[in-house]
Design a protein around this ligand. Sequence first.
Ligand code: NAD
Ligand code: ZN
Length: 237
Amino acid sequence: MADIRNIVILTGAGVSAESGLATFRGPDGLWEGHRVEDVCTPEALVHDPMMVHRFYDERRAKLALVKPNAAHAALAALDRAWPGALLVVTQNVDDLHERAGSKRLIHMHGELKSALCAACGSTAAWQAALPPGSKCAGCGQPKLRPAIVFFGEMPYEMDVIEAALDEADLFVSIGTSGVVYPAAGFVQIARARGARTLELNLDRSAGRSYFQECRVGPASLLVPELVRELTGRQAID
Ligand code: NAD
Ligand code: ZN
């Protein structure tokens, strides 16, 4: 790892699993008892806004009951200690990376604690419940929805992410199933640009064959280990 300067880290639901937040595709193939199509698509929002808003209200309320785990803490320590370029790109909509202290962070699939105005496109921090019909402070329209990127919608800050992937010497994917695009394709972009590629996952993911190295185990153990390797121990001991 001695020659590494620029790092991109992609995280998924697996990094928050040990904090007590359910992953997307648990053994039952559901997210907190719901089919993905029923809570994660623009069609669902049109068809049953009450149910979709309530689903994200419940997820947002749950954040008060959980805390960052050792994996989030190690990534925040890496952020503080790493002198080169570093970007954590999370698919997670929880706030555990920032609560642990990560600063160089992009929520590519949006955030539970943010509301998006479907009329003017502005976003605003949002802590409480968000019933359908809530008014945008900017344009006054009753069009606020959770700022979550649904299937078929464009993820946030793709230009910044692609620029970071272009420069990466190391790409690490942590706790993600490798089936949701475009995130699942980041490994191929990084590898084509010459980055070393590493997967950390409880099980080998669908995208494992794209990685040069796969480490199998819980994020709470594997991530602190990796950060010690990268920083020569000083960051988190
Ligand atoms: P996913 O649920 O599809 O996959 C989770 C992955 O994490 C699996 O590969 C699993 O093997 C691995 N995993 C589970 N426990 C782990 C652990 N302790 N340590 C390491 N790996 C572990 O999740 P995904 O790939 O992130 O799915 C993408 C979508 O799910 C995202 O769009 C995201 O918005 C949404 N999502 C977010 C949250 C959250 O914010 N906490 C929770 C559920 C789903
Ligand atoms: Zn608006």
